[in-house]
Design a protein around this ligand. Structure first.
Ligand SMILES: *Cc1c(COP(=O)(O)O)cnc(C)c1O
Length: 370
């Protein structure tokens, strides 16, 4: 799905020398590279505080820990997401309240969120799925009206712009109270191991988040709250600094591949290509088709036989996962999510796709569908 080897080959000298510098510096934990990356990312995102951490799942967990929620408090999110979003809510003893998504963007449906708000609701977690922002303005209005926090799960859309109705823009992950991201190798800004970060413009929240990632400790060996150990290591930070400078160019390469796919499938009666919403740019973490009456696994197998990777994100919605089965939900409750889970297929999407590969991929799919 991603070609990290070819991407590395093009930046090998820069990466290798940065990694060796860290090794020679012996500042493996909380070294100067971590601080520099934090500053670089704050500048790129135009956000006041970036708190690096160990991975995207920790970012979400720490964000939720900082809100001082109590067991039983409700957190609204989407059933059509990667498990981490829902997992951390459950882990903290909070109640995940799942809602459906919109068929065009695959993103959480603001109307469904509105209907799901109760007096116990404390937070909403919009997930900017596949590289495109959720429609944040209605969510921000609901949050203001009901005194709710918004935590953006931005693991898939770093670098995307949210476009407000008045035309102003903000980077995905910097619109709500807290934004979370992942630097897992296959994400748009990926390191060479695990990594993550939390963003906020709120000074008080930033202070709390920094304490939580560091064992609940502000003054060394004095623990005022229960925290965790969640750090980005210096080698990963050094790699991320180099890749951050290329993030916009990488997004452009992804968009170019997406445009090729769009054109190749434009007139196919069964294929729906990804829409571009008016309130967001698209950084194409995934290029995901919706195909009617599709045997997804047969298509995946057909492509596999031709050495083309294809993935189904996500085959089982959260409300139908064994771990999250809940008497509040049953099959049929989220028709859009359930329809998508049966008809989506994501194609190879990365920064190194060339026309020959794209032609081979698109020809193969059209051949399969007839
Ligand atoms: C990848 C991902 C995460 C988790 O990130 P990790 O770094 O793997 O823990 C969370 N949410 C979404 C939507 C993701 O895609």
């Amino acid at each position: 799905m991603v070609d990290l080897k070819s991407q590395y080959d093009k930046i090998q000298q820069e990466i290798d020398s940065a990694v060796i510098d860290v090794i020679r510096s012996t500042q493996y934990i909380n070294g100067s590279e971590v601080k520099s990356f934090q500053n670089d990312l704050e500048n790129y995102l135009d956000v006041k505080h970036v708190i690096p951490c160990a991975n995207g799942t920790d970012a979400l967990q720490v964000a939720m820990m900082a809100l001082d929620l109590k067991p039983g408090d409700e957190v609204i999110t989407t059933s059509f997401t990667f498990v981490a979003t829902v997992e951390v809510i459950a882990l903290l003893g909070l109640t995940p309240v799942l809602v459906d998504v919109l068929p065009d963007t695959f993103n959480i449906d603001p109307e469904s969120v509105k209907k799901a708000i109760t007096p116990k609701t404390k937070a909403i977690v919009p997930v900017h799925l596949f590289g495109q922002c959720v429609d944040m303005e209605p969510l921000m209005e609901m949050a203001a009206e009901h005194n709710l926090y918004i935590i953006e799960d931005n693991a898939q859309a770093i670098g995307a712009d949210f476009i407000f109705k008045d035309g102003t823009r903000k980077k995905a992950g910097t619109i709500g109270h807290i934004g979370c991201t992942s630097f897992f190798p296959s994400k748009n800004l990926g390191c060479y191991g695990d990594g993550g970060a939390i963003f906020t413009n709120d000074d008080e929240l930033a202070k709390k988040l920094r304490v939580i990632v560091n064992h609940g400790m502000e003054v060394r060996y004095y623990h005022d709250s229960v925290g965790v150990n969640s750090r980005l290591d210096s080698i990963q930070a050094a790699i991320l600094r180099i890749k951050l400078r290329k993030l916009d160019a990488y997004a452009a390469a992804r968009r170019k591949a997406a445009c090729y796919y769009d054109r190749a499938f434009a007139n196919h009666p069964r294929i729906k290509t990804p829409v571009r919403s008016k309130f967001s740019t698209h950084v194409f973490h995934q290029y995901t088709l919706v195909i009617e009456n599709l045997d997804q696994f047969a298509l995946q197998k057909f492509m596999g036989e031709r050495d083309i990777p294809a993935m189904i994100y996500y085959p089982v919605p959260m409300h139908m996962q064994k771990a999250y089965i809940d008497p509040r939900y049953k099959e049929g409750d989220f028709p859009v999510t359930e329809m998508l889970s049966k008809s989506v297929i994501s194609l190879p999407m990365h920064t190194e796709l060339d026309e020959e590969q794209l032609k081979y991929i698109t020809d193969s799919i059209i051949e399969f569908l007839g």
